[in-house]
Ligand binder design. Structure first.
Ligand code: P6P
Length: 339
């Protein structure tokens, strides 16, 4: 007799990945295995992030971990956890991380034949840890381009359109993993009672319109004229300003409620602050898969041709109508002399 579920069961991330793999008949399971490696590392980082406040309080006594090592700064710790997991998992040939100047190559026998590379910001917004504000991990996965077991920087300098998967983990009031492989965006919430990420937000969509704008208005005077006029306009409509200072947290809230996140160029930082490869591209992939838009104020983020690993780019991401409206303000004022 065929089993017929008697209740709407909980679907774990692992089950979801396996079910989805069936949708890709030629999938060899490596990407599924890599996504599960990310899940394992996220659980380990989550455990330490949740203690961070305690460590901070105890920080004066030089907290040591069980190996007798001095407690590392959490963003370096997170980087180590992900790197160790990827090395053990052997599903990526190499990783480029915000925490490492150069990309890292995994040279064990299995990794040598891996066909993927990964880029990540292991713990974005980590300056917020000691004030207990949500932080996040951001990751982006590409197929390796170099032949055989060779690997070069060009394998990491691919446009965002070529990503095979991307996602983020948000360590907040709950811990969530949100990702896409190009067939929509799904969110999984960690259930600590069973230690599993469980499907909680199926087929996430950016509301086309929103009422929230996220930007550091402390830099208002340094913004270009079109952006200042846009901000003046949204204030006149009494829209809601929400800026956490943690990209993943602002992006996640806007994805659910509708809104726009802006980190623009300024006179002193003409390329803005955020990194193209491991912050803007993965979230842009998620945004577009969820019906949103991501641009540098003029051009689509996912079309940008990277020149170096840690390059920055101005960033406008969120609800379609909101990004398109601010782009119009920028276009109409791009040649104007500032007020
Ligand atoms: P500012 C965190 O350092 C970060 O990269 C993003 O997570 C955040 O949105 C932004 O920088 C905050 O930067 O200059 O407004 O403090």
């Amino acid at each position: 007799m065929r089993y017929l579920p008697t209740m709407n069961g909980v679907i774990t991330l692992s089950e979801f990945i396996i079910n989805r793999q069936a949708d890709f008949p030629f999938a060899s399971g490596e990407l599924s295995s890599l996504l599960r490696d990310i899940e394992i590392a996220a659980k380990r980082v989550n455990r330490e992030v949740n203690k961070a406040g305690l460590v901070e309080i105890l920080g004066a006594t030089d907290v040591e971990n069980v190996q007798g090592e001095t407690q590392q700064k959490l963003d370096v710790y997170a980087n180590d956890v992900f790197m160790q997991t990827f090395q053990n998992g052997s599903e990526v040939r190499g990783v480029a991380s915000e925490e490492n100047e150069e990309f890292v190559v995994f040279d064990n026998d299995v990794s040598r034949n891996s066909k993927y590379v990964l880029l990540m910001d292991p713990l974005d917004g980590s300056s917020n840890i000691d004030v207990n504000v949500s932080i996040g991990t951001i990751f982006s996965i590409y197929r390796k381009l170099s032949p055989g077991d060779e690997l070069s920087e060009s394998d990491f300098l691919q446009s965002g359109d070529r990503q095979v998967a991307a996602g983020y983990v948000i360590y907040g009031s709950s811990t969530m993993l949100v990702y896409t492989t190009g067939a929509g965006v799904n969110g999984f919430t960690l259930d600590p009672s069973i230690g599993e990420f469980c499907l909680s937000h199926r087929n996430m969509r950016f509301p086309e319109q929103g009422n929230i704008y996220s930007i550091n208005e402390g830099n208002y005077e340094a913004f270009e004229l079109g952006l200042r006029r846009y901000l003046d306009e949204v204030k006149s409509r009494q829209m809601t300003s929400r800026y956490i200072g943690s990209l993943v947290a602002d992006f996640h809230r806007n994805l659910i409620k509708g809104g726009i996140y802006i980190y623009p160029k300024t006179l002193s930082a003409p390329e803005g602050k955020l990194r193209l490869l491991y912050e803007c591209n993965p979230l842009a992939y998620i945004a577009e898969e969820a019906g949103g838009v991501a641009s540098d104020g003029k051009n689509r983020i996912l079309s940008a041709e990277p020149k170096e690993l840690h390059q920055r780019i101005p960033y406008y991401v969120g609800s379609k109508d909101m990004v398109e409206e601010v782009e119009a303000y920028l276009r109409e004022n791009e040649d104007s002399v500032p007020d």
